[in-house]
Design a protein around this ligand. Structure first.
Ligand SMILES: [Zn+2]
Length: 108
């Protein structure tokens, strides 16, 4: 079973429990849908929708998601958006740091 983003249910449950803050900028998510800034969105850390495991699926805020778009993670981390927000490889969440060091790959 997968949710409407193609993410397996067990992965969704795990990630929802793990990522209580944006994995990039660290904004704390709120359950109130009123504030767009604190609304979580589904993110593929490495931009490959086939990589659907907990090492590549994360929750980030809408503004980080919109800024990152289809850019490769390491390139995006050099962007003006990240510079302005103080987002660096050292302050992103553990799952993102792990993906920088050892990018998730398709398992054969
Ligand atoms: Zn963010």
């Amino acid at each position: 079973m997968a949710n409407r983003w193609g993410i397996p249910k067990n992965v969704e449950i795990f990630v929802r429990a793990r990522d209580l803050q944006c994995v990039y900028c660290g904004v704390v998510f709120s359950n109130e849908n009123a504030d767009r800034k604190t609304k979580p969105s589904w993110e593929h850390i490495i931009n490959d929708i086939r990589l659907n495991d907990v090492d590549n699926i994360a929750l980030c805020c809408i503004s980080c998601n919109a800024s990152k778009g289809a850019k490769p993670l390491v390139d995006w981390l050099q962007s003006a958006y990240c510079r302005n927000k103080g987002i660096t490889t050292a302050c992103v969440s553990d799952v993102v740091q792990a993906a920088i060091i050892n990018p998730p790959r398709l398992k054969h």
